[in-house]
Design a protein around this ligand. Structure first.
Ligand SMILES: *Cc1c(COP(=O)(O)O)cnc(C)c1O
Length: 481
């Protein structure tokens, strides 16, 4: 490449035309999302394109964009669609597209240094602190999601227990740390135990009650038993919004147990923590403000485009001591580009980090906490309504109480029970997904396979719920149920 050439376009006017057309595509895509199939698998031609060999030669920009248009864009997960009810997915916002574009323009590395993106992320963390009642001086950092936020929290919890030695020597030695969570807790906690070398055999899954919340008596018994066998309890995880049923552990009760037992108290509020924005739901989160750390996602119920999670840690100095390192090539200065200490890399594993904060900042500024809270409240109302509709139809049966925004139920296919009924409902969920009308996921509750509807979608209307049930009934009849 000659020195006066670069990877920038040779013809900026042409680039501008193509880029404007791409933005129009994005806007059309979101404005017409309701008219499309919720989900469809990529066809063979699209897959063939995505399996073509590594290109050595450059291609025309129009060609590349056109490939995205026909082979990639139509085959998304589907979660921008108002009838995507699977798993726990956020729906995104059109402004998020603009934020991503601006962030890519700046191409900031938010591992550290002195620049505007760092100040935006600091403000986002400060807003999160305000929302959850964490004190000034507590720390936080944006992450890929709650899974990584959990790793950070548990690393801090381990550092709290083992001190500097934990960093130098790992978990080896005579101390056997154990942690506690609900049997309904997310697998992200198990994975973090494994990754950090704590071992998932040292994570106790405490049984839940009829509302799928952790039993305090069983928890206290388990802690007692572990101490009696020479183990060292160090961590208690409460869940604010379980993934199966949207249940909330008694966060204040767990805070008391953690304080009495000297445990690090972590709260997993991946999606449920967003309920703090809705005045009618905020009491569910009482006790969260006493946690040592809280993990939650902006990309789920707060609709920031993927990916954007967050960890808050009450003890900033401990958080920094868990991750900060002194290396000559990352030495900080009082002034200049290498200023701005502490750096975000001092609170996380990543050094190079994108400007995730901009899309979070945009979303919160555009809608304000009140409107975001209203969207949460609407979904909770819709879940209650769906439960009512289900109870009003003979062939459906609720399989769990509706605690928040998640409805688990099944279709009672005639003449089927046990494994045959489970298989029928699995087939029904797949048929629904393949119909393009709606997407639900599946889970197992009390040994029964359940259709699982999660509503974390600001685009969902009440009429979508009726259409969901009508379509399930039609497909079930076609399947011979
Ligand atoms: C989604 C979820 C997680 C994992 O979060 P990611 O952002 O997907 O990594 C953890 N806990 C709960 C309760 C969740 O719903």
């Amino acid at each position: 490449m000659p020195s006066d050439e670069s990877l920038d376009p040779e013809d900026w006017a042409q680039f501008r035309r193509v880029a404007h057309a791409a933005l129009d595509d994005c806007i059309d895509y979101l404005a017409r999302v309701r008219e499309r199939a919720v989900w469809q698998p990529p066809p063979a031609e699209a897959l063939a394109l995505m399996q073509s060999p590594l290109p050595a030669a450059p291609a025309a920009l129009e060609q590349v964009l056109d490939d995205v248009r026909w082979a990639v864009l139509p085959y998304a997960t589907g979660n921008t669609h108002p009838r995507f009810f699977g798993w726990v997915h956020g729906a995104g916002t059109p402004l998020g597209v603009v934020a991503e574009m601006l962030a890519a323009t700046m191409n900031s590395n938010c591992g550290g240094r002195e620049h505007a993106a760092i100040h935006v992320e600091r403000q986002v963390i400060d807003w999160a602190r305000t929302l959850f009642g964490f004190p000034a001086g507590s720390s936080g950092v944006l992450t890929v999601g709650t899974s990584m936020a959990t790793v950070i929290a548990l690393a801090a919890a381990r550092a709290h227990r083992l001190g500097e030695r934990g960093r130098l020597e790992g978990n080896a030695g005579s101390r056997r740390l154990v942690g506690y969570c609900s049997a309904e807790a997310h697998v992200a906690i198990t994975k973090a135990f494994e990754l950090l070398g704590l071992g998932s055999a040292h994570l106790r899954a405490i049984p839940v009650d009829a509302h799928f919340t952790v039993s305090t008596e069983a928890l206290e018994r388990s802690i007692r038993d572990d101490r009696a066998s020479g183990l060292e309890p160090f961590l208690l995880v409460g869940t604010a919004g379980t993934v199966n049923t949207g249940s909330f552990d008694d966060l204040a009760g767990l805070a008391r147990v953690a304080a009495r037992e000297g445990l690090w108290y972590h709260v997993d509020g991946a999606f449920g923590a967003a309920a703090i924005l809705a005045p009618a739901l905020a009491p569910l989160l009482r006790g969260l403000e006493r946690a040592d750390s809280v993990a939650f996602d902006f990309h789920k119920w707060l609709h920031v485009p993927y990916d954007a999670g967050c960890i808050l840690v009450r003890d900033e100095a401990l958080h920094r001591a868990t991750f900060a390192s002194a290396t000559p090539y990352l030495q900080r200065q009082d002034r200049g580009t290498a200023g701005g200490a502490p750096w975000f890399t001092d609170y996380t594993l990543d050094l190079s980090r994108g400007f995730r904060a901009l899309k979070v900042w945009f979303t919160i500024k555009e809608h304000g906490t009140r409107r975001l809270g209203e969207a949460v409240e609407k979904n909770v109302r819709q879940a209650a309504r769906l439960a009512q509709l289900i109870e009003g139809r003979d062939r459906f049966e609720l399989l769990a109480p509706v605690e928040l925004n998640i409805v688990c139920f099944r279709y009672k296919a005639s003449g089927r029970s046990g494994p045959a009924l489970d298989a029928f409902n699995e087939e029904l969920a797949v048929a629904l997904q393949e119909s393009g009308v709606a997407v639900t996921s599946l889970t197992t509750l009390g040994g029964n396979r359940a259709l699982r509807v999660n509503i974390t979608n600001h685009r969902t209307r009440d009429e979508d719920l009726t259409l969901l049930l009508d379509t399930l009934e039609r497909l079930a009849a076609e399947l011979g149920g």
